[in-house]
Design a protein. Structure first.
Length: 438
């Protein structure tokens, strides 16, 4: 009887774990569908719709500026939802972030253009982008922790990676939908075609909510909540009691975010506007690179459970330093095959190995009572520094270098070196017991 009960409990636990992993993956994929959809649209659409009459170069810079506004808001989202998640639980915050992102994306799809309402259009676009940033700022930490805190120690890196897997998965769907819309005549695409992917978000969010509402709360958090009161200000405790861990979590995340900002956003704009590759071809290549990114994230996360987070992430950072300049040469060639190889190396390999193990790496830096706040604020600050401004920085560096991309490569190397230093400064966490951290 005992054996039968044990087998039943094991089956129930496995079923619940599969549900949690699916929730982590699908919910984050939907959030990043919206977030990356905006980033892609900022590369090829918004400069022509919301920033007209200022010249192509300036319009592109302004469009990337709205992209940066979303990244600036992400740490605020990490603070808000990290605070609530550490005090009230992980699950409820994930429902709120998903709803917020869906509503904002639909509003972007309905937003009048600059030609229709003047300067109010770009101002409203910035406001909505900031709300997107707040939503995604609270999403990743909660989705990652639901899986991470439920997993066995030997599989924590793999479980935590499902939240990050959602990013390229959402990017693939967003890119393919926008690519399909770009097949319309240019005039129709700019007039109304680009809005369709944003409006589709309402359907995706409804699906995500159905899945998330069935997931149980983190067992580690529930156990802690029954024994001790949550800190009144988790973010303050992160910064005052764990400042070194916080700086490590920020620095360690920068290389993966720089790869996303440069190769997932800026390179797309460069391929269309400077390398003059057709938008449809560029978007299809980016979607294909998203598939290989998912594979590399899984490989890196699995490897981190075997040999440690530090070794894998350090390998990714070193790879970025070595490959940054060759990747720029591939982009300059203006060939579709070269674009795919550049995205594969930059998005799949470099981002995969620096970001794949990052969720578990960051979560193992903080005790349960402040883990949502610590991981969220650290990760979102890294995203702001590593990805939020890199498209604008790259555009400015190209102007400074007279059209050459060598300065972009140097900047990428520097950002990746920061991650290498942060990872070296950390203690390996794969063998730690969660209840003993802190």
């Amino acid at each position: 009887m005992t054996t039968a009960n044990s087998a039943q409990e094991t089956t129930t636990e496995r079923r619940e774990m599969r549900r949690i992993l699916a929730s982590s993956f699908i919910g984050t994929a939907i959030e990043y569908y919206d977030f990356v959809l905006y980033a892609t649209a900022a590369s090829i659409v918004f400069d022509k719709v919301f920033f007209t009459g200022v010249g192509d170069g300036v319009a592109q810079m302004l469009s990337f500026g709205t992209l940066a506004a979303g990244y600036l808001a992400r740490p605020l989202g990490g603070i808000i939802f990290g605070h609530l998640g550490d005090r009230l639980g992980r699950k409820s915050m994930l429902v709120v972030t998903l709803l917020l992102m869906g509503v904002v994306s639909v509003l972007i799809g309905l937003l009048p253009t600059q030609a229709q309402i003047g300067v109010a259009a770009p101002l409203l676009l910035v406001l909505l982008r900031m709300l997107q940033g707040i939503a995604v700022g609270g999403e990743w930490g909660g989705a990652m922790l639901l899986a991470f805190e439920r997993a066995h120690k030997r599989n924590r890196g793999f479980a935590a990676s499902f939240a990050y897997l959602g990013a390229p998965a959402g990017a693939i769907v967003a890119t393919l939908v926008l690519s399909a819309a770009s097949l319309l005549p240019q005039e129709d695409f700019l007039a109304w075609g680009w809005r369709i992917p944003f409006l589709l978000s309402a359907v995706l969010v409804a699906i995500g909510l159905l899945i998330r509402l069935k997931v149980a709360e983190s067992a580690v958090f529930t156990e802690l909540a029954g024994k001790a009161r949550a800190p009144k200000a988790p973010a303050v405790e992160v910064l005052t009691r764990y400042p070194r861990n916080f700086l490590i979590s920020v620095g360690a995340g920068i290389a993966g975010q720089a790869a996303q900002g440069l190769m997932g956003v800026w390179a797309i704009s460069y391929a269309v506007n400077q390398a003059t590759i057709s938008p449809t071809s560029v978007l299809n290549v980016k979607a294909l690179a998203g598939v290989t990114t998912i594979v590399m994230i899984i490989v890196a996360a699995r490897l981190s459970d075997r040999i440690g987070r530090k070794r894998v992430m350090l390998g990714g950072a070193v790879g970025a330093v070595v490959l940054a300049y060759p990747i720029m040469l591939l982009l300059e060639s203006g060939q579709v095959w070269a674009l795919f190889l550049a995205l594969f190396l930059g998005l799949s390999v470099i981002q995969g190995f620096t970001a794949g193990p990052y969720g578990a790496f960051a979560a193992e830096l903080y005790p349960t009572r402040i883990r949502y706040s610590g991981t969220s604020i650290g990760y979102q600050t890294a995203a702001t520094l590593g990805a939020g401004f890199t498209p604008m920085l790259a555009a400015a560096l190209i102007l400074a270098a007279g059209g050459s991309l060598w300065l972009v490569a140097v900047a990428w190397m520097a950002l990746s070196a920061v991650t290498g230093i942060a990872v070296l400064a950390a203690h390996e966490g794969k063998d730690k017991e969660l209840r003993e951290i802190g």
